[in-house]
Design a protein around this ligand. Structure first.
Ligand SMILES: Cc1cc2nc3c(=O)[nH]c(=O)nc-3n(C[C@H](O)[C@H](O)[C@H](O)COP(=O)(O)OP(=O)(O)OC[C@H]3O[C@@H](n4cnc5c(N)ncnc54)[C@H](O)[C@@H]3O)c2cc1C
Length: 323
């Protein structure tokens, strides 16, 4: 087997999740720079078109299908370990979905290798550099793993999907099913999010720790509605339960790329900005002129949001009435 990179391509309802294709696209770039092969691993209960992964650069697509892969269990771990031991990848990258976030640490522990969580970029030096936000998000740290495979997880939306052909050879994987699985599957429960999803909104208003009360949070809600956008939050707001993690922007939340991002009372920690840095226009309202969010902003409003929002809302309401 040639030297290779391996990507876990999670599937749901027969289709690949976007995050797997995003990681494949980035990994293709990395593989080309070192003349490596790019391999993908699909473990699922159903796959409609495994070969489709070749459009995003996969040279070898390992496929294991079994009804037990409709949900997470130890079969995932054992089968993945077999594949990794056979292919001997230089690096193994997994999407940081609910399933991927369970699989990655278990596999890394079995292989006694390092795992970098929520990588926001990769590059080659002598070794593979894995970039992650660190120290409360104030710095971007570079992690080099000295054990093989170098394992890491990547959040959905971190990389763009780029079509580039790989050889697309298919290989079927022997599925392992433990006789007694210590993980018992109870069923799926769909949790309805607390508002409009932020991922696909053209305008995302984000409220941060500087928003002082739930009453003020209502002003941000109205602003998002008047702009036909979605309302997102940072970690402190999710912790106060005015919003939820489904609406949190950043490394442990969602990655958004709206045409316009409006940050209100947001400091701009790297944990947050790496989730919005590819937005179109960035507008920030912060009373601290040295707040790091202003480094990313196109329009900087140094002010108390309570002095700005009431007038802005009045203007927008008037415009809406006239429309
Ligand atoms: C492993 C890890 C993962 C994390 N993941 C995430 C993540 O995904 N997303 C995320 O957001 N955070 C995440 N965090 C937390 C992150 O590091 C920061 O603590 C967080 O982003 C800070 O949120 P904030 O800027 O809204 O609040 P604060 O740091 O409290 O900043 C509030 C800002 O509001 C300004 N302000 C205060 N009052 C006013 C006012 N009246 N008018 C105008 N401005 C005002 C202040 O000047 C300040 O800049 C993570 C942390 C760790 C350790």
């Amino acid at each position: 087997m040639r030297r290779n990179l391996l990507v876990f391509a999670e599937h749901r309802d027969g289709k690949p999740l976007r995050v797997g294709l995003e990681i494949l696209s980035k990994a293709r770039e990395l593989a080309d720079e070192r003349d490596f092969d790019l391999c993908a691993l699909i473990l699922t209960d159903r796959v409609d078109d495994a070969e489709a992964l070749s459009r995003y650069g996969a040279d070898l697509i390992c496929v294991g299908t079994d009804e037990s892969f409709g949900h997470y269990g130890h079969g995932f771990i054992d089968t993945t370990l077999d594949v990794v031991r056979e292919l001997g990848p230089y690096a193994f990258i997994i999407g940081a979905t609910a399933l991927g976030s369970m699989l990655a640490p278990e596999v890394a522990a079995h292989l006694r290798t390092g795992l970098a969580a929520h990588v926001i970029d990769y590059r080659w030096d002598e070794d593979l550099i894995q970039v992650v936000p660190s120290f409360g998000g104030r710095v971007a740290a570079e992690i080099v793993t000295r054990t093989t495979p170098r394992m890491s997880t990547v959040k959905p939306g971190t990389f763009s999907m780029i079509e580039r052909r790989g050889r697309g050879e298919l290989k079927s994987v022997k599925v392992r099913k433990p006789e007694q699985d210590r993980i018992r599957f109870e069923g799926f429960e769909r949790i309805e999010p607390k508002g409009r999803p932020i991922e696909d909104a053209g305008v995302v208003v984000v409220g941060g720790g500087g928003v002082e009360s739930e009453k003020d949070w209502g002003m941000l809600k109205e602003l998002a509605e008047l702009l036909n956008g979605a309302l997102g939050c940072t970690r402190p707001v999710a912790d106060r339960s005015w919003s939820d993690e489904e609406h949190m922007v950043g490394t442990s939340g969602k990655i958004v790329k709206p045409a316009a991002y409006i940050g209100i009372g947001v400091s701009g920690s790297a944990h947050h900005t790496c989730g919005m840095k590819d937005s179109g226009i960035v507008i920030a309202i912060n009373r601290d002129r040295n707040a790091p969010i202003f480094d990313t902003a196109d329009l900087r409003i140094v002010a108390d949001y309570r002095d700005v929002l009431p007038a802005l809302l009045t203007k927008l309401r008037d415009l809406k009435k006239q429309a």
